[in-house]
Ligand binder design. Sequence first.
Ligand SMILES: N[C@@H](CCC(=O)N[C@@H](CS)C(=O)NCC(=O)O)C(=O)O
Length: 202
Amino acid sequence: MKLFHNIASPFVRKVRVLAAETGQSARIELVQSVFTPVQPDRELFGSNPLGKIPTLLLDDGTALYDSRVICEYLDSLHEGPKMFPALGPARWAALTRQAQGDGILDAAVGTRYELALRDPSRQWPEWIENQRQKYRRSLDALEAESGSLDGAVDIGVITAACALGYLDFRYPDEGWRDARPGLAGWYAAFRERESMRTTAPE
Ligand SMILES: N[C@@H](CCC(=O)N[C@@H](CS)C(=O)NCC(=O)O)C(=O)O
């Protein structure tokens, strides 16, 4: 299997953390993808018309995307503890937490493009502020639930951890830990897992 990837992508990191947690890292060959928001990686178009990473190319030529689909596919390939719980309340909780983490990332990645790459004269401050409030409210919600993060590792906590790692990577001055001691304590331990250490963008 070939994974189109870039070390800076938090969505790719989700896939790689799940692969590591389920003992499958060695099955995946990494293929470097380089792009900007206005210069897509044309190599990707044949596999993913959206031109986005992660995209997983199977040995028979089938392409899978996005991170949610790839993670669930990889989880179907191993016999160990599942990262996507079976049908029932635990599954809906994990999927909702994944959606929340992906939403934090959509807001944080979009804001990053706007702030780091767009001409300041063309930036839209109200839009930037609205995106920031999305991830800040979500971090507050995670803080309120931080007591429940410590259970079994699943796709929800993997996504939350990748979102926090991305904030540290791109917004080191955000200070998200300041009013969120429960979340900070959980992440301090989770980031030491081998799956997180070997996929860190720093
Ligand atoms: N919902 C997608 C988001 C993927 C995504 O936004 N990837 C970014 C990199 S972090 C990308 O490929 N951007 C290139 C583009 O949008 O042209 C997922 O979960 O995989």
